[in-house]
Design a protein around this ligand. Structure first.
Ligand SMILES: Cc1cc2nc3c(=O)[nH]c(=O)nc-3n(C[C@H](O)[C@H](O)[C@H](O)COP(=O)(O)OP(=O)(O)OC[C@H]3O[C@@H](n4cnc5c(N)ncnc54)[C@H](O)[C@@H]3O)c2cc1C
Length: 366
């Protein structure tokens, strides 16, 4: 079968792949975005939609800087998407909270944010119960205090997903669903059940499947699934205008609750996990006890061993890039506006060198 041919093929149409493909579509090259079918695993459709800074990068200042860069670019990115697609992705950056339910929790969180601040100058405030209540009047008595970071925000990630897909096609990119890539041969020739696809450059953005695809082009992407569960309540009157790390009111009025992190790849919703999350949420905002839960789901994060992203070009197969991270909403702006142009230029900048997977290579003592 004759192969369809492109300048760049992005493998994986989740938020990471879609943001990169969108950024690559500037009218100068033929871009294809290859994706699986609708029942594929997609963190992009099951996430919490925070654009979050206050917990990112302790141990790797470059990741803090990259996150902050994306957060700073997010408003312009959202505006551009809306101009192009008329889809409002409901981005808002009014700061965000981590609420603590005991003095010990508040102490541990305070120590943590101070270390992040000392490393990367992430701005923060530590608030006691009364100070938190001034800003969030509906908190319950068991909230000991909170950490506030003015750079945090949130968006509607399903609309972001839709907007990226619409915009990349409007910009002339080709979205190719039901094209699961089974193998990659040098050059690059991608095998799919619908026939081969050829491309001069490829970007591996296939989420968890990057672990299987990367070695085919001399790359390494040791990602594993980390399950997260989320519940959503019925809509309620606006009461929370800034997100909390585990609880936020969406632009549509429902309250999303979710912060489980489970070493599992099953997609079953567990009543135990949900009950714990709901109990913490009600302790934070007691009036939530009166709301009905209307949906719940589990989804799989795409997690690297140290939690930081992987961006790298293959040295054995130049032109093959890998991109993977567990914060594809937060980093969508950086992926579209910074990473994509670098891939288009053929070289990743030195600022992305710390994200190479070679950091996982085992050092043996001499
Ligand atoms: C519970 C939960 C909460 C989260 N909360 C947040 C948050 O608040 N903020 C934030 O920034 N991030 C959050 N995330 C993470 C965010 O959702 C992901 O980083 C984001 O979805 C990007 O994922 P991805 O595109 O790499 O992978 P996915 O969304 O999994 O997409 C991978 C895509 O690749 C396709 N694919 C796979 N294999 C192949 C193949 N061989 N050929 C072709 N296509 C293939 C799949 O069909 C899929 O569409 C959360 C994730 C979870 C699970």
């Amino acid at each position: 079968m004759a192969a369809a041919s492109y300048d760049i093929a992005v493998i994986g149409g989740g938020l990471v792949g879609a943001a990169i493909a969108y950024g690559l579509c500037d009218g100068k090259r033929r871009v294809a975005l290859l994706d699986e079918g609708d029942i594929a695993l997609r963190a992009s459709r099951g996430n919490f939609a925070l654009v979050w800074v206050q917990s990112k990068g302790l141990g790797l200042p470059d990741y803090s800087a990259w996150t902050r860069k994306s957060s700073d670019a997010w408003q312009g990115f959202a505006d551009e998407l809306e101009r192009e697609t008329k889809i409002d992705v409901a981005f808002s950056r009014r700061g965000g909270f981590t609420l603590c339910l005991s003095d010990a929790e508040l102490q541990a969180r305070s120590d943590w944010i101070k270390r992040l601040h000392n490393q990367s100058a992430v701005p923060y405030e530590i608030l006691d119960h009364a100070q938190t209540k001034e800003r969030l009047p509906q908190i319950g008595p068991s909230v000991a205090g909170s950490i506030f970071c003015p750079l945090d925000g949130h968006a509607n990630s399903l609309r972001l997903f839709r907007a990226l897909h619409v915009a990349l096609q409007q910009r002339g990119g080709s979205y190719l669903p039901n094209r699961q890539v089974s193998s990659i041969d040098g050059g690059f020739r991608l095998s799919t059940a619908q026939g081969p696809i050829e491309a001069n450059r490829i970007v591996l953005a296939a989420g968890l499947d990057n672990a299987r695809l990367a070695p085919m082009v001399g790359l390494n992407a040791p990602v594993r699934p980390l399950k997260g569960e989320i519940v959503v309540t019925e809509r309620t009157a606006p009461f929370l205008h800034q997100p909390v790390v585990n609880l936020r009111q969406t632009d549509e009025g429902g309250v999303m609750i979710g912060d489980s992190q489970e070493e599992s790849s099953d997609l079953n919703v567990r009543t135990g996990a949900i009950a714990t999350m709901a109990a913490r949420a009600v302790a934070m905002f007691p009036h939530l006890a009166a709301l009905n839960v209307v949906r719940s789901w589990a989804a799989l994060r795409v997690m690297t061993p140290d939690g930081f992203p992987i961006y790298q070009q293959s040295s054995t197969h130049p032109g093959a890039f890998v991109a993977t991270c567990h914060s594809g909403v937060t980093l969508a702006a950086a992926h579209a506006l910074d990473l994509a142009p670098a891939i288009a230029a053929g070289t990743l900048p030195n600022t992305l060198a710390p994200f190479a997977a070679s950091r996982f290579d085992v050092q043996t003592a001499a």
